[in-house]
Design a protein around this ligand. Structure first.
Ligand SMILES: [Zn+2]
Length: 449
C-alpha cells in the first residue's frame, strides 16, 4: 500500500473558505490506492426537499445492500438515522453531519502542491417526499453508511466500556481531482485523475469518507463499498481504536482500507518493521474484529467481493489463495524480513502487507479468545482492555524492536483475555496460544515449565 498523507487535505476540506483559494504545501501528495479518469459520481435523488415535513421514522424504506453474498433490497426503519431531514442521529452524537457535493483539486507541479476548493460540501437531507431510493443515488449511499456506522456505535456503547466516542462526519463521494503537469517529449502535459475506489478514516477530523468508484471498477463487476456492511463498520472500528488509544501519534492513523491494495514500491529498497508498523496492523485487525462482533452472519458474507472474500473473513483459517493465517515462525520471518515482497494483487497473500498481517491478528485473537468464551461481547471487551494497555505503555513500546514488540504485546493480549474471563494458563490454554503464535509460550512465564 502506498503511503499517503490525506489528513492534510481532509482537514483542509472541512475548513474551506467562501472563495476558491489555492493553498500551497510542501507535503508530498500520493494517492489512497487508485486514481481514475472516469469516476462515477451519483446525483442526489431530490436536490432540494420540497416539503418541510419529516419522514415518518417508523416507515420502512429500502436499503440497497450486499447480503448473503448478493445484492439485495432490505426494508428498514429510519429510526435513529435522521434529525429533521438531515442524515445524522437525532442527538448528533454518532454522526455530526453527512455531506456530499464536495469538490477539490489537488495540483501537483514542479513548484509544489496546491489545493483549490471548487465547491463546498452540503449537508445531506433525506426528503419526506421520497419513499424509495435507487441504488445509484447519494441518499442510498448515505443511508447505508449511516445505518452501519450507527450500528457499530450502538454495539460499542452496549459494552459499557466507559469510553465516549466523538461524533464522526460522513463524507459521501467527494470529488478529489489530482492534476499534474509533467514535462514529456512533446513539452508540458497536463493530466487529471480522481481519487476512487476506497473508503478512508481520517483521525485528524474524525471523518469517514466513501470515495466514488471508477468506471473500471464498475465494469469489472465489483461490489460497491457502501453496499457492504463490513466496510462502514470497519471504518468506524478505526474511530474506536483511535478513541481508546488516544495519543499523539508520529503519523496520523489514516487508513486506506480497501480497494485494490498496493504495497510499497519494491524499488524503495530495504524495509524496516517498527513497533509502529505493527500497531498499524493491529489497528487494521481490530477494525475487522469490530465489524465481526457488530454484524450478523449474512452481513459478513463476502462471497464474490474482490479482496475481501475469504481473506477478510475473521473465522477463515486461510487467505483467499489458501495461505494460512497463523503467526508461524516462517510468517514472522517473512514479516520481519528486510527484503520487500513485490506484490500488486490482493488475491495473493503478502504477509508483509498491513491488512494481511492485521487479518492474521484478527483471526488469531478471535480464535484464542474463542477457546475461553463463546461470547463475542466478552471478546470485544478484552480487545478494548488490550488497546488501553497499548495506550498506557506507549513510551515503553516506542523504541522497542519490532519482533519483541509483537511478541510481548500479543502475549499481553492473551494474559488480559485469560484474566478477564477468569481462566488460567493451564496446559490446554498454553497449547492454544502456541497454535496461533508459534513460540509465544516462551514469552508467557505462566506457560514456562
Ligand atoms: Zn482499515
Amino acid at each position: 500500500m502506498k503511503s499517503f498523507y490525506p489528513a492534510l487535505f481532509v482537514i483542509a476540506l472541512a475548513s474551506c473558505g467562501k472563495k476558491p483559494v489555492v493553498e500551497r504545501s510542501s507535503s508530498p501528495v500520493t494517492v489512497p490506492a487508485s486514481l481514475s479518469e472516469t469516476p462515477l459520481f451519483y446525483e442526489k435523488q431530490t436536490p432540494v426537499c420540497r416539503s418541510e415535513a419529516e419522514l415518518r421514522l417508523n416507515n420502512l424504506i429500502n436499503f440497497n445492500l450486499y447480503l448473503s453474498g448478493k445484492m439485495d433490497e432490505l426494508q428498514g426503519s429510519l429510526l435513529g438515522l435522521l434529525k429533521d431531514q438531515k442524515l445524522r442521529d437525532p442527538e448528533g452524537k454518532i454522526i455530526s453531519s453527512s455531506t456530499y457535493g464536495e469538490s477539490i483539486e489537488l495540483r501537483v507541479s514542479r513548484s509544489g502542491y496546491g489545493r483549490k476548493v471548487l465547491s463546498k460540501p452540503a449537508e445531506l437531507t433525506v426528503c419526506a417526499e421520497d419513499d424509495a431510493f435507487p441504488e445509484n443515488t447519494i441518499e442510498s449511499v448515505g443511508l447505508n453508511s449511516s445505518r452501519y456506522i450507527t450500528r457499530a456505535h450502538k454495539k460499542f456503547e452496549s459494552l459499557r466500556s466507559g469510553y465516549v466516542l466523538a461524533p464522526v462526519r460522513l463524507s459521501i463521494m467527494p470529488s478529489i481531482k489530482q492534476s499534474r503537469t509533467l514535462l514529456g517529449p512533446a513539452g508540458y502535459e497536463h493530466r487529471e485523475a480522481y481519487w476512487v475506489d476506497n473508503a478512508i478514516y481520517n483521525p485528524g477530523d474524525a471523518t469517514i469518507t466513501f470515495l466514488p468508484h471508477s468506471l473500471e471498477w464498475s465494469n469489472a463487476g465489483n461490489v460497491k463499498f457502501w453496499n457492504i456492511p463490513m466496510v462502514a463498520t470497519h471504518e468506524y472500528g478505526h474511530h474506536i481504536f483511535t478513541a481508546v488509544f488516544k495519543a499523539p501519534l508520529r503519523s496520523p492513523l489514516t487508513h486506506s482500507c480497501f480497494g485494490i491494495l498496493r504495497d510499497r514500491d519494491p524499488r524503495s529498497g530495504s524495509r524496516e518493521v517498527t513497533s509502529y508498523s505493527i500497531l498499524m496492523a493491529y489497528n487494521e485487525g481490530f477494525a475487522d474484529l469490530v465489524s465481526y462482533y457488530t454484524l450478523e452472519e449474512h452481513e459478513l458474507d463476502f462471497s464474490g467481493v474482490n479482496c475481501l472474500e475469504v481473506t477478510r473473513n475473521v473465522e477463515s483459517e486461510v487467505f483467499y489463495d489458501g495461505a494460512p493465517k497463523v503467526f508461524s515462525r516462517a510468517v514472522q520471518d517473512l514479516y520481519f524480513s528486510k527484503t520487500p515482497q513485490p506484490w500488486n494483487n490482493c488475491r495473493l497473500t503478502n504477509y508483509q502487507e498491513v491488512h494481511f498481517f492485521g487479518a492474521i491478528f484478527a483471526h488469531s485473537a478471535n480464535k484464542f479468545l474463542g477457546q475461553l468464551t463463546a461470547s463475542d461481547d466478552e471478546k470485544y471487551k478484552v480487545l478494548i482492555k488490550w488497546v488501553r494497555y497499548l495506550r498506557d505503555n506507549q513510551s515503553l513500546h516506542a523504541n522497542m524492536e519490532g519482533r519483541r514488540y509483537l511478541r510481548s504485546t500479543f502475549a499481553e493480549l492473551l494474559r488480559i483475555g485469560v484474566k478477564h474471563l477468569n481462566r488460567r494458563f493451564d496446559e490446554a490454554t498454553c497449547q492454544e496460544a502456541e497454535k496461533v503464535f508459534e513460540g509465544i509460550s516462551s514469552e508467557l512465564r505462566e506457560c514456562a515449565n
